[in-house]
Design a protein around this ligand. Structure first.
Ligand code: UD1
Length: 424
């Protein structure tokens, strides 16, 4: 078992380069299954979820090759299987995109219900209802979703909630539907737009991605093609918060600053200085931080995937703040772990009340999910003494070279393989 050990209370300084967006990558790789030709995907983050997806493609009969760490060549021409094995699907939420991709191209898919972070019930009923509206027959048997159709036909699909996964999944399948599909109340997150851009590059006709009404005109098939993935909004935000919590001075590079607007505004409100350039943001946290309220919402609101890290930041700020979660049902499991480090947070339903001014001190803690792990890393950077974080496989699903990037900014952080090495 591996652990991340952090000796906190060191100000971060310097610059850090952000990788490609994990949540775009895990949609674009399955979308490449639909292509049937050779796709070259650049600026991929080298994280576990990407590796898992390449194994799934190989299992289906396609081939994957990494010419370098951040580039993946996918040839899905040889795919001759439509069943994704349980062991691969359970590792990640985004395995559900295999449904849309296989159903679209082959009119047949069998995919186990997805795994990934446990943030509440997380059903995929909107995805399945959307496929049914396109003409697919769906049934779930022994935990496996089985989808089949003679043909798919365009439809008007209204989403009860602007679900990122359902929007992307329906969009991928609808590329192969006859006529026009409209997704209303669609998600507007940057990775929805990125997946649409990728599919359009391969010959799809998708308009309106980034608005709440997406229109897809079906095509007979897609070509292969090259594509470069957008920077990771959540990785960038995690480093911006890490800079702020340590009173540091960090430039987060190779990002799209617009994607960071909701966080940048909050950090400014908390008294951080920011310098926004074309593809970077500098965060200077010289003044004491003031607590503010955060409301996690769909894009362009404050991202739910930065909500746990924001709680860590509020814990050490002066005053108190409320975090309201409107996207996921249960996204406060990390609070108990932050409390071990000395954070003073009370949860009531979908709100967390954070009393600031805590003197965080190192402790042994567990990452309960990916972004919970990120919150513990950020808190550990501000805690006195050694923090040892277990269950790092969650962090490895979403953060490339986490320790070396933090170490380059001046953090005292290392990966250890045995808790006995923990001597706090
Ligand atoms: C994606 C992200 C995740 C992020 C979330 C919200 C990926 C791989 N994961 O997850 O990191 O936290 O968006 O930005 O991109 N819902 C239903 N039925 C459905 C679908 C969703 O009830 O069929 C509910 C969910 O339980 C949740 C809410 O809708 O409460 C939002 O979910 P959704 O936007 O679909 O998130 P994911 O695609 O799972």
């Amino acid at each position: 078992m591996e652990y991340i050990s952090i000796n906190g209370k060191r100000k971060l300084s310097g610059s850090v380069q952000i990788n490609g967006a994990k949540n775009a990558a895990v949609a674009i790789i399955p979308a490449a299954i639909a292509a049937g030709g050779k796709c070259v995907i650049e600026n991929l983050p080298h994280v576990e979820d990407v590796t898992t997806l390449t194994h799934a493609i190989e299992h289906l009969g396609g081939s994957c090759r990494f010419p370098d760490e951040h580039t993946l060549e996918i040839d899905s021409g040889g795919i001759n299987q439509y069943t994704v094995p349980y062991d691969l699907a359970k590792k990640m939420r985004a395995s559900y995109y295999m449904l849309g991709a296989l159903l679209g191209r082959f009119k047949k898919a069998e995919v186990p219900l997805p795994g990934g972070c446990s943030l509440g019930v997380r059903p995929i009923n909107y995805h399945l209802r959307g496929f049914e509206q396109l003409g697919a027959k769906i049934h779930t048997e022994h935990g496996i979703v089985k989808a089949a159709a003679d043909k798919l036909t365009g439809a008007n699909i209204y989403l009860e909630f602007p679900s990122v996964g359902a929007t992307i999944n329906i969009m991928i399948a609808a590329v192969f539907a006859e006529g026009v599909t409209q997704i209303e109340n669609a998600a507007k997150e940057p990775h929805v737009v990125d997946t649409a851009n990728f599919l359009n590059k391969l010959g799809a006709n998708i308009k309106g991605a980034g608005t709440d009404n997406i229109r897809i005109t079906g095509t007979d098939g897609l070509n292969g093609g090259d594509y470069s993935i957008i920077p990771d909004q959540i990785e960038a935000g995690t480093y911006m918060i890490a800079a702020a919590i340590t009173g540091g001075d960090v430039t987060v590079e190779r990002i799209i600053p617009k994607h960071m607007d909701s966080l940048t505004a909050k950090l400014e409100e908390m008294q951080c200085e920011t310098e926004i350039r074309d593809d970077s943001i500098r965060i200077k946290a010289e003044k004491p931080l003031h607590a503010v309220n955060f409301k996690a919402m769909v894009y362009p609101g404050f991202p739910t995937d930065l909500q746990p890290q924001a709680a860590a930041l509020l814990s050490v700020s002066s005053g108190s703040g409320i975090i309201t979660e409107t996207v996921h049902e249960q996204r406060f499991q990390y609070v108990e772990e932050l409390r071990r480090l000395g954070a003073n947070i009370n949860v009531e339903g979908r709100a967390a009340f954070v009393n600031g001014g805590a003197e965080l001190t190192g402790a042994q803690v567990n990452a309960t999910d990916l972004r919970a792990g990120a919150a513990l890393v950020v808190a550990g950077l501000a805690a006195k003494g050694e923090t040892v974080i277990g269950n790092v496989m969650h962090l490895d699903r979403g953060y490339e070279h986490l320790e070396s990037k933090l170490a380059a900014l001046g953090a005292d952080v290392k990966r250890i393989s045995h808790p006995d090495e923990y001597d706090a």
